[in-house]
Write a protein of this length. Structure first.
Length: 171
């Protein structure tokens, strides 16, 4: 499936509606070259990922669709795989991430780049059907590595639980 078609299908899933391509001449098409569109570029690259000093996996983050989409290609050390599509929506002024893995886990997140961190949040359902709040923070370190911290909790619970605390080092 061509990347543009795949992106439209994923955007439709994310928005819960139908997304139809609009054909505009190249000079009239909106571009994804604003400073906001480049806020997450620090995550682009090929990475070795560790958690608590142990191998967690490999991640390839590519910039696609004329600079409009960061496409994540995850391969976990335990064999799991997943992909995410990350984009800045100029209409709502937020970043969005749609993640799906080979176990069918889906995350729909939205947020902002603030204080040198990409902060995304959203809700999902646990295997038991109970609602879970998720927060992901991507922080660029001075040495060029990136920390991804994913915490979650059930609504009403005061404590956040660390789901993943990974360190991305360029390959």
């Amino acid at each position: 499936m061509p990347n543009r078609v795949r992106l439209l299908v994923l955007l439709s899933l994310l928005t819960g509606g139908t997304v139809a391509p609009v054909a505009l001449p190249a000079q009239q098409r909106p571009r994804c070259d604003s400073p906001e569109h480049r806020q997450f570029d620090f995550w682009i690259g090929e990475w070795t990922v560790t958690a608590a000093g142990k191998p967690a996996g490999h991640n390839l983050i590519t910039l696609e669709e004329d600079g409009c989409v960061l496409h994540e290609h995850w391969t976990g050390a335990g064999g799991g795989t997943g992909q995410s599509f990350n984009f800045y929506d100029r209409q709502d002024g937020q970043w969005h991430q749609l993640w799906i893995d080979n176990a069918g886990q889906v995350l729909r997140l939205a947020g902002q780049y603030e204080q040198d961190e990409m902060r995304l949040a959203g809700e999902s359902r646990g295997r038991d059907g109970v609602l879970i709040e998720n927060r992901l923070t991507f922080s660029r370190n001075p040495d060029g590595s990136v920390r991804q911290l994913w915490v979650s909790r059930r609504p009403g619970q005061p404590e956040w639980t660390v789901v993943f605390d990974g360190l991305y080092v360029r390959r």
